[in-house]
Design a protein around this ligand. Structure first.
Ligand code: ARG
Ligand code: GLU
Length: 696
């Protein structure tokens, strides 16, 4: 069984690909290298991934658990996105030193700032461990039995791979819905210091207005350095630590990019669902995305109303607002993209053909069964989505159980817990959101998905969410930091608080009454997908089947390219400083650039960083297939040199997590020449330029 699958996978991987779609496993890149060479790549598969010699993978890291970063000097210097380093920059900021607003530049190693808790991980090696993970499993076992076999074998594999004291971490991940398993062994570094960041007006230029959009002009980068102990091994922060000597670092190319140039993105894409059936795509495009968009629109409108009238509120809610807005905007592009691509009906046709082909094979009935389980799942998925996007977003409710839980720990520091919860809290915003979210939840979610406590309290307030809010937000001890303090001082039982009781009822009901059903049905669905995935590979041997993203290291290759977003419109592949100046407006927060940048533009003081047209390139678009988690990923040219940092996708192409359209799916990259220009001319931090290997 195993053999057939391996040869099947090899066959599928070798198949012709139509476009630059795909996120490939680095250790299997030899299966794609011919195609990469045909498209312009100059290096070998061993240059990308090798366990025998230093390769490009040794210069790529998982940054902070959800982003990607890359090493760019022999002294462990790291580039990632501004939005990936944001919380570190924020952490070191104060009223006197507002690094978010003004930027931060360490002018010597002594000035580089430690960030306890921040880690970066390099992949040591990855290995196909399918046989060992499934050892002891037999076809007749239930999914639960299979899960425990997989868990026990994985645990053993991880223990064997991570000898203590070496800073090694490992994980075993399923690919192709558990048709294949890989172990990934990482070396994790724990002393990672902040070296530099541009002002937010550069690093976040365009803010949420330009987010997910092209043409783009954001200088989305920040700079860190990895420190190690005297033996170059991972260590906790210590002033004795020294800069890490990497096995490999990227040369930085100032040669520039042209339309059609080969590019590849090396990083950690988080999650895609390329092989789900038409039922699930319909659900995403017609139910879950639209519901999420509607609920988030209400919250964003309320936030905006308060933020625009009050500078302090704007600062408090800017980070929260950005994260609510990010998925909200992406989903809108995704819904449109799914519709435009006719993905539901195209998948339905494909499924009908598959079903005809599957008659009499072991795959007979797979599509039907998936369809039945999806019908059973939909009410649960819908209710869980409402729960997550409505009542669960209410800060008062979240704080109540969060604080009680945190305070119950033995070494709980009450003031610190309360301060961190209420640091950025604006009660009027939260209260209005509560009214909207409770109304939506109460109105749209069927009674069987509402806990009894919610229903009786809602009824007791005359099914009037505003009346309920009036009551809750004036009587609950969780409505402010001082009220909680007072309640604690008076010895009140916080678990009797109305907000706590409501949140506790909601979470208990969903955790014990809804999620178990949801998980049970999903268990069946996963099992069926394991078959369906194999079936598709047999059914369409000419098609390429890269594994869905799951935050494991991948190679996505393609080329620098503009695109047609609409009839009669062509977007070029490159943006420049001219566009920044066109958008510059001191009156608009998202477009108010630092005076220093205006001055550089006025005097055309571009130094070495101007392009052949005498202007400074800022961002470029390419066809690499990327997703969330690829932020900060190195964008590499045909010679393996760094030409940019990936940070976003274009709005028309955000459905690429579900279906990739070569016509419009583009990733957005910061042109590394803009980064160098900012370091050189605005920050005047030449020591950083001196330690990089810049090629022209
Ligand atoms: N859309 C990009 C990514 O998902 C950037 C997000 C941060 N920027 C922002 N303006 N919210 O995640
Ligand atoms: N900004 C995203 C990130 O944080 C990358 C954009 C995308 O989803 O492709 O990973």
């Amino acid at each position: 069984m195993r053999k057939t699958l391996t040869s099947l996978l090899a066959l599928c991987l070798a198949g012709t690909i139509m476009a630059d779609e795909g996120m490939w496993l680095p250790s299997l890149i030899s299966q794609r290298i011919d195609d990469m060479h045909e498209k312009g790549f100059h290096l070998s598969a061993e240059d990308i991934y090798s366990i025998n010699q230093a390769s490009l993978k040794d210069a790529v890291m998982l940054f902070g658990g959800g982003c990607t970063g890359e090493v760019v000097s022999s002294k462990g210097l790291v580039f990632t996105n501004h939005h990936c380093g944001y919380s570190q920059i924020q952490r070191h900021s104060s009223v006197e030193h507002d690094y978010l607003k003004d930027g931060f530049w360490a002018m010597s190693m002594e000035e580089e700032l430690p960030n306890p808790g921040l880690t970066v991980s390099f992949l040591e090696y990855m290995d196909d461990v399918t046989d060992r993970v499934l050892s002891g499993y037999s076809e007749g076992m239930s999914e639960t039995q299979r899960d425990s076999v997989v868990a026990a074998n994985s645990k053993k594999l991880i223990e064997d791979a991570t000898a203590p004291g070496k800073g090694l971490k490992a994980e075993v991940d399923a690919l192709y819905y558990g048709n294949q398993y890989f172990i990934f062994v990482f070396r994790e570094f724990r002393d990672v210091r902040l070296v530099g960041a541009p002002p937010s007006s550069i690093g976040k230029f365009g803010g949420d207005t330009d987010n997910w959009m092209w043409p783009r002009h954001t200088g989305d980068f920040s700079i860190f350095r990895i420190y190690a102990d005297a033996d170059n091994n991972p260590a906790d922060y210590s002033s004795d630590n020294i800069p890490y000597t990497p096995k490999r670092y990227f040369k930085v190319s100032a040669k520039g990019v042209h339309e059609g140039d080969f590019t590849f993105v090396y990083g950690f894409p988080g999650s895609t669902r390329e092989y789900v059936t038409s039922d699930q795509v319909r659900f995403i495009g017609e139910v879950s995305d639209p519901n999420g968009i509607r609920l988030r629109t209400k919250r964003l409108d309320i936030q905006k109303k308060y933020m625009s009238g009050d500078q302090a509120v704007r600062i408090m809610y800017s980070s929260k607002n950005a994260s609510v807005s990010n998925a909200w905007k992406k989903w809108q592009g995704e819904v449109k993209g799914i519709k435009r691509m006719n993905t539901v009906s195209r998948k339905q046709e494909y499924e009908a053909e598959f079903t005809r082909w599957a008659a009499g094979t072991r795959y007979e009935g797979v599509i039907d069964s998936l369809h039945r389980y999806y019908s059973e799942l939909e009410p649960y998925q819908t209710a869980a989505g409402y729960y997550r996007e409505s009542v669960l977003t209410t800060e008062l409710l979240r704080y109540s159980t969060g604080i009680v839980k945190a305070l119950s720990k033995d070494d709980a520091d009450t003031s610190a817990i309360l301060a961190s919860n209420y640091k950025d809290y604006c009660l009027p915003i939260d209260r209005e959101c509560f009214v909207e979210m409770v109304s939506e939840f109460g109105k749209n979610v069927p009674a069987e998905f509402l806990p009894e406590h919610f229903r009786s309290e809602y009824a007791a307030h005359g099914h009037d969410a505003a009346a309920w809010a009036d009551d809750l937000y004036t009587t609950s001890a969780f409505s402010s930091e001082s009220a909680v303090k007072a309640a604690i001082a008076e010895g009140k039982n916080l678990k009797e608080d109305a907000a706590y009781k409501l949140m506790d009822a909601l979470t208990t009901f969903y955790n014990t009454g809804i999620y178990p059903h949801l998980n049970r049905i999903n268990g069946h669905i996963t099992l069926l997908y394991r078959d369906y995935m194999r079936g598709q590979m047999e059914f369409s041997p000419e098609k390429t089947f890269y594994p869905d993203a799951n935050l494991t290291l991948r190679v996505a290759y393609g080329h620098v390219s503009g695109y047609h977003p609409a009839d009669g419109v062509y977007y070029k592949h490159q943006s420049t400083i001219e566009g920044i100046m066109q958008k510059d407006n001191p009156e608009i927060f998202d477009y108010n650039i630092p005076q220093g940048l205006r001055d550089l533009y006025a005097t055309k003081d571009y130094g070495r960083w101007a392009d052949e047209n005498g202007t400074v390139p800022v961002c470029f678009a390419a066809t690499n297939h990327t997703t969330g988690g690829n932020s900060g990923s190195p964008v590499i040219n045909a010679d393996g040199e760094l030409i940019g940092l990936n940070f976003d996708r274009v709005w028309e192409g955000t459905m690429s997590d579900i279906v990739y359209d070569p016509q419009v799916c583009r990733n957005i990259c910061l042109d590394v020449r803009y980064l160098l220009f900012i370091i050189d001319k605005l920050a005047r931090d030449t020591r950083l330029l001196d330690e990089m290997d810049i090629v022209r």
